[in-house]
Design a protein around this ligand. Structure first.
Ligand SMILES: *Cc1c(COP(=O)(O)O)cnc(C)c1O
Length: 396
């Protein structure tokens, strides 16, 4: 194809040029004496992104899914009970992983388009007088449905019930893009990956564990080797890894963290909210709805857009890709064919998103969905033109 393709799946996200160039370096000796000078600051800077001072950051060559497995196997034992809610494909897959590893998962089934049911969790925790529940699993941003959840609320539910369960957060599509506060929210395990807010290729599970979680790893009954916290902690402390680290990815991570530092986390959050709000205006102008059922669930990193009854979202996605070189996110599992998704996270600005909105609009019209030509683009443009991220945030 001539010109660039549009990548608007919610991960992998667009890798900025400075990060791509940082990755493209000759192979290095990962045991060289000066490597710790490079590695140790990575951990220090990642702690700032997770907003943790006391937590321990881990970088495993894996994807986010590997981070889930590391989180579970380092802190729990086979047969342990965990509390989780299913409201989208990623919360579902996490439950599936726990079940396949041999945990007993107390699943709260929720409508897709809603998020972590804080009140139901509070009731279940209060009822669990014997503290059978060892961990509460939450998906901060359900990427399949474009739903953001209240993690601070889950912490209040735990504290309200005086329940000692660990708080696990899947932050793969939220950390580094929207507000996340590991220490303040009392998060014990936060899992992310390189290919979303961190603007890198897939290949790194980026995670952090609280002191409590790290201490528990001495007693956790799951067998593990590659993902063992202990080996990582011991070797990372000296600025090395227990096995060959993906040095090019770590060079890319340096460039990514430099960008995050330069823009500033709070500015990044404001930008994501601002861009997301423009997309939501476009959806409204099209006369369509989001999969997220209420504004309190709206995600600032991805929007799942419901196509009208009688239409197939897969056709929109196929047409956008084939005709306009635009990748939109597919509807997964329960919402397959019903929604298409626009990822709006990472290295992104208004005009980049305009191409996604324009392409989605054309593709929808091409497959017979009666949206008014230019309506979404106009609504988003007028919003972005009339405000700035800071103004938009202050108005709320
Ligand atoms: C992308 C994603 C994952 C899975 O991550 P992989 O890197 O594909 O293993 C898990 N949870 C959420 C919320 C995600 O968005």
């Amino acid at each position: 194809m001539i010109g660039t393709r549009g990548l608007f799946v919610p991960g992998p996200t667009n890798v900025p040029e400075s990060v791509r160039k940082a990755i493209d370096v000759p192979m290095e000796d990962h045991r060289a004496p000066d490597i710790p000078d490079f590695i140790l600051p990575l951990f220090a800077d990642l702690k700032k992104v997770f907003k943790t001072e006391t937590g321990q950051v881990f970088l495993f060559p894996a994807s986010g899914t590997g981070g889930w497995e590391a989180a579970i196997t380092n802190t729990l034992s086979p047969g342990d009970r965990v509390l989780a809610a299913r409201f989208g494909q990623f919360s579902h897959l996490w439950i599936d992983l726990c079940q396949r590893l041999g945990l007993e998962v107390e699943v709260v089934e929720c409508d897709w388009g809603t998020g972590v049911p804080v009140e139901i969790f509070a009731e279940r925790l209060a009822a669990d007088k014997e503290h059978q529940i060892k961990a509460v699993l939450t998906t901060h941003n359900e990427t399949a449905t474009g739903v953001q959840s209240d993690i601070a609320g889950v912490r209040r539910a735990l504290d309200g019930a005086r329940h000692p369960a660990l708080l696990f957060v899947d932050g793969v599509s939220s950390i580094g893009s929207v507000d996340f506060r590991m220490d303040e929210w009392g998060v014990d395990l936060a899992v992310s990956g390189s290919q979303k807010g961190f603007m890198l290729p897939a290949g790194l599970a980026i995670m952090a564990a609280s002191r409590k979680a790290v201490d528990l790893s001495a007693k956790a009954g799951f067998r593990r080797c590659y993902f063992d916290f202990k080996d990582m902690i011991a070797t990372n402390a000296t600025g090395y890894f227990p096995y060959t680290p993906p040095m090019n990815m770590l060079r890319g991570l340096r460039a990514s963290l430099d960008r995050i530092e330069a823009e500033g986390l709070e500015t990044i959050f404001a930008r994501h909210h601002f861009l997301a709000e423009g997309v939501r205006r476009a959806v409204k102008a099209w006369g369509l709805t989001l999969c997220a059922k209420e504004p309190k669930w709206y995600s600032d990193t991805v929007s799942a857009i419901v196509v009208p009854e009688g239409h197939d979202a897969k056709k929109v996605i196929a047409r956008a890709y084939a005709r306009y070189g635009l990748s939109l996110g597919a509807g997964l599992s329960v919402v397959a064919g019903k929604v298409f998704r626009i990822g709006h996270l990472g290295d992104l600005n208004e005009l980049m998103l305009m191409s996604a909105l324009g392409g989605a609009e054309m593709a929808m019209r091409d497959v017979g969905i009666p949206v008014v030509a230019g309506s979404g683009v106009a609504a988003a443009g007028e919003y972005w033109r009339s405000a700035s991220p800071a103004v938009a945030m202050a108005a709320e």
